[in-house]
Design a protein around this ligand. Structure first.
Ligand code: AP5
Ligand code: MG
Length: 227
């Protein structure tokens, strides 16, 4: 049985970057609520109209809707062997809902990996972020630039045209950071009280160095028979 992992951290802390690596290393699904919502926006589904104003402004999509989507996703067969949750939970209500959902299936979360980064560094990272809409690869013009100049993806055999995420504007980043500190950061305590929180301070660490630290934690858990 694989691990059930939650990744915590501010917008731009590197949740997606780490979740992709952890999921690939363990061949387990990477479940990102942000990616699920962006996929709805791209496909212009009925849900898209409802969530668009929240995403555009950097506010949280209402808990009830978000929890229903996650509950459905975690029931899919590929999640039976564990998963990496990225961007969920991000409110106390979402954390409690996840705990209840897992409890109903006599399952438990194994670990909450928490990436701490200063607000100053977050702004640096998000203004230089580029993403590939084709394969989902994440780049940074400063820290992890694409090989094919600044405009084309060079990962996963892909050549997609890189783009800036629409919510990576100065105003929206400010709003997302505000919401993180007010609503999401307190759930670190929720997981700390349950003995599940593992924090890495990432301001001066490369993505690879953060990954190595998380791997140490996860491998130790696996060796101790928690997976
Ligand atoms: P979501 O997509 O989850 O966005 P976010 O939380 O704001 O986080 P980001 O994806 O911006 O950052 P990240 O931590 O993944 O960083 P990344 O790895 O890309 O959510 C978007 C929106 O959807 C929300 O605003 C909300 O509206 C809605 N939503 C989603 N989930 C929700 C929920 N549960 N409830 C309600 N609403 C929800 O890295 C960032 C950059 O830094 C990249 O350029 C990367 O290359 C670089 N980088 C990463 N690590 C390092 C490092 N160690 N050193 C230097 N650079 C690094
Ligand atoms: Mg992300």
């Amino acid at each position: 049985m694989g691990l059930r992992i939650v990744l915590l951290g501010a917008p731009g802390a590197g949740k997606g970057t780490q979740a992709q690596r952890i999921a690939a290393a363990r061949k387990m699904p990477h479940v990102s609520t942000g990616d699920i919502f962006r996929d709805h926006l791209q496909r212009k589904t009925d849900l898209a109209r409802e969530i668009e104003p929240y995403m555009e402004s950097g506010s949280l999509v209402p808990d009830e809707l978000t929890c229903a989507i996650v509950a459905q996703r975690l029931c899919e067969p590929d999640c039976r062997g564990g998963y990496v949750l990225d961007g969920f939970p991000r409110s106390l209500r979402q954390a409690e809902t996840l705990e209840r959902l897992l409890g109903e299936r006599t399952e438990k979360l194994d670990v909450a990996l928490d990436i701490q980064v200063s607000d100053h560094e977050i702004v640096e990272r998000l203004t230089a972020r580029r993403v590939c809409p084709e394969c989902g690869a994440i780049y940074n013009l400063k820290y992890d630039p694409p090989r094919n100049g600044d405009t084309r993806c060079s990962k996963n055999g892909c050549t997609g045209t890189l783009m800036r995420r629409p919510d990576d504007t100065a105003e929206t980043i400010r709003q997302r950071l505000l919401i993180y500190h007010e609503t999401t950061e307190p759930i670190r305590m929720f997981y700390d009280e349950r003995g599940l929180l593992r924090t890495v301070v990432s301001d001066n660490l490369t993505p690879e160095a953060v990954f190595v630290k998380f791997e140490e934690i996860l491998c130790a858990m696996e060796a101790a028979g928690k997976a």
